[in-house]
Design a protein around this ligand. Structure first.
Ligand code: PGA
Length: 270
C-alpha cells in the first residue's frame, strides 16, 4: 500500500544521546512494516546520533525548532543549515510551547518557515487555539490569523513540502484530546484557509496533522477522519512500543485509517 499518512513523534526536551539511540534501535523493527511515514523530532544534541542509528530504516529524523538567520551573532541559536548538516530532514516550527514560553510570534515563525524552505528542510508548521479562545468562539479567527501570518509570502511551489499541524493548546499534554469530530472540523477549516492562501492546487496537497494527547487508543479514530492526514505525538512518542503502535493501524481499523488520501511529500534529501 502507498504510504499515505504520517506519524510524527515530538520528543520535546527529553532524551540524552544514549536514550535517543536506544529508542531508535528499539523502534526500527517495530515500525519497519508500517504503512505510514514515520518521523521523529529529536533534541538538537541527539540529531546526528539518531540519524546514524536510523540509517537504512524508514524512520525520518528532524528537529523541533530553528532560528531564521543563516548564521551570525545569535548566541545559543541553531540555524537551518546546521540542522541539515546534522542530517535533519524536517523541522517543527511554531509549536505552541515555543509561542507561549519563548514568545514566538507569527512574523518570526513566518521567517523561520521561509528559512527552512531555503535550506531544503521540510517545515511542520503548528497552529492552534487555547482553551479560552475556544470557549469564546474564536477558534477559527485564531487559526485564520496564524495561518495567514505564518504562511505570508509562501509560494505554491515551496508549499509542496509543507506540513501543517493543528494542535489545540488545551489538548497538548493534558489528556483532553479533541474528539475526532472536533479535530475534523478544525482541519476542514484549515484546509480551506490554506487553499485560499496557497492556491487550490498547492493548498489541497498540504498534509494536515492533528496533535494533542494522541495515544494508541485514540489515534485510529482521529486518522480515520477524511481530513486528518497524520498525527503529531508528544507524550506517547517517548516510548518505542507506544509510538510504534500509532504507526500500525491494521486489522479492523485499516480501512478507515489508511483509505486513499493525499500523499505526504517526501523531505528533500535522503
Ligand atoms: P502531547 O504533545 O501528545 O503530549 O499532547 C503533542 C505536541 O505537543 O506536539
Amino acid at each position: 500500500m502507498a504510504k499515505s499518512c504520517i506519524v510524527v513523534g515530538n520528543w520535546k526536551m527529553y532524551k540524552t544521546i544514549e536514550e535517543a539511540v536506544n529508542f531508535v534501535k528499539a523502534a526500527i523493527p517495530l515500525v519497519a512494516k508500517s504503512d505510514v511515514q514515520v518521523y521523529l523530532a529529536v533534541p538538537f544534541t541527539a540529531l546526528q546520533a539518531s540519524v546514524k542509528a536510523a540509517a537504512g530504516s524508514n524512520i525520518v529524523i528532524g528537529a523541533q525548532n530553528m532560528f531564521d538567520a543563516r548564521e551570525g551573532a545569535f548566541t545559543g541559536e541553531i540555524a537551518g543549515r546546521m540542522l541539515v548538516d546534522a542530517g535533519a530532514r524536517f523541522v517543527i516550527l511554531g509549536h505552541s510551547e515555543r509561542r507561549q514560553s519563548f514568545h514566538e510570534d507569527d512574523a518570526f515563525i513566518n521567517r523561520k518557515v521561509k528559512a527552512a524552505f531555503e535550506e531544503g528542510l521540510q517545515p511542520i508548521l503548528c497552529v492552534g487555539e487555547n482553551a479560552s479562545q475556544r470557549q469564546e468562539g474564536k477558534t477559527e479567527e485564531v487559526l485564520r490569523q496564524q495561518l495567514a501570518d505564518s504562511l505570508e509570502g509562501i509560494k505554491g511551489k515551496q508549499a509542496s513540502s509543507l506540513l501543517v499541524a493543528y494542535e489545540p493548546i488545551w489538548a497538548i499534554g493534558t489528556g483532553n484530546t479533541a474528539t475526532p469530530d472536533m479535530a475534523e472540523a478544525a482541519h476542514i477549516f484549515c484546509r480551506a484557509e490554506i487553499t485560499d492562501l496557497l492556491g487550490k492546487v498547492a493548498g489541497s496537497k498540504v498534509p494536515l496533522l492533528y496533535g494533542g494527547s494522541v495515544r494508541p487508543d485514540n489515534g485510529a479514530a482521529l486518522l480515520a477522519q477524511p481530513d486528518i492526514d497524520g498525527l503529531l505525538v508528544g507524550g506517547a512518542a517517548l516510548e518505542p512500543t507506544s509510538f510504534a503502535a500509532l504507526t500500525q493501524f491494521t486489522g479492523d481499523n485499516a480501512e478507515p485509517a489508511l483509505k486513499p488520501r493525499r500523499r505526504v511529500p517526501k523531505p528533500k534529501s535522503e
